[in-house]
Design a protein around this ligand. Structure first.
Ligand SMILES: Nc1nc2c(ncn2[C@@H]2O[C@H](COP(=O)(O)OP(=O)(O)OP(=O)(O)O)[C@@H](O)[C@H]2O)c(=O)[nH]1
Ligand SMILES: [Mg+2]
Length: 220
């Protein structure tokens, strides 16, 4: 993928703020600190378009990045960060769920799992829930550079087995760049499929809109 332009467009706290032009979207979800924002920066070859921090729980809005005026990458808030208050966590969960359930232009969800650790209970729950949405998924095993090359294959197999997922798992390193071409390859395939048959893909992914119209309100 050649990136001609990449802009941070907006950070949304409610559905009314989501962009309305219908450009296809690819969303990134995962535990807080798993490396979502770092991966976005690496994909876009930008140092800090998406904010990265040593402190977990950094991304709390739904951040939309507009690429080549053709599609969007969407950085979702991280889940599972214990130090966020119960109240705030509930709001974040609603914010993420509303987006994933209602978002018509959504083409694929990238579910990020740290390659160093077994998927945790909440990773399994989130994955099962994502599968119930009937939207294409790709599991991304992050921080590949933190384990030895010889362990990558078995760690990937273990993640896939523990998530009981039929979807592929791609190991990546935002730090070193491994696996980035593979992720772009998948996004390009999705965009190409959409160009060939715009409406059937929408039907195929089966994103439901039963809640459309219900507005999500964030605490302000
Ligand atoms: N070694 C290594 N470190 C990484 C990699 N990706 C992310 N990190 C580090 O992991 C930490 C968290 O990265 P973020 O990209 O902010 O994680 P996030 O998932 O966006 O976190 P939240 O916004 O809190 O949900 C940072 O210190 C990053 O530098 C990677 O591929 N390799
Ligand atoms: Mg982040």
């Amino acid at each position: 993928m050649i990136i001609h332009s990449a802009q941070f467009e907006l950070g949304a706290v409610k559905a009314a703020q989501w962009p309305e032009d219908g450009l296809p979207e690819f969303a990134f979800i995962g535990r807080s600190n798993v490396g979502k924002s770092s991966l976005l920066n690496r994909l876009l070859a930008r140092k800090s378009l998406a904010r990265v921090s040593q402190k977990p729980g950094k991304t709390q809005q739904i951040n939309f990045f507009r690429i080549n005026d053709q599609f969007r990458l969407v950085d979702l808030p991280g889940y599972g960060y214990a130090a966020v208050s119960k109240h705030e966590r509930a709001w974040l969960a609603t914010r993420i769920e509303t987006y994933l359930v209602q978002r018509q232009p959504l083409q694929r969800v990238f579910h990020l799992i740290d390659i160093r650790h077994e998927p945790m209970e909440n990773d399994k729950e989130v994955h099962a829930w994502l599968m119930s949405l009937n939207v294409p998924i790709c599991i991304v095993a992050t921080k590949q550079d933190k384990i030895g090359r010889g362990k990558v294959k078995s760690s990937v197999a273990q993640i896939q087995r523990l998530l009981q997922s039929p979807f592929p798992t791609l190991p990546v390193s935002a730090e070193k760049g491994d696996g980035i071409d593979g992720l772009w390859g998948l996004i390009e395939e999705d965009l190409e499929r959409l160009r060939q048959s715009p409406s059937p893909v929408e039907l195929e992914i089966g994103v439901t809109h039963q809640h459309a119209g219900e507005d999500e309100d964030a605490p302000e």
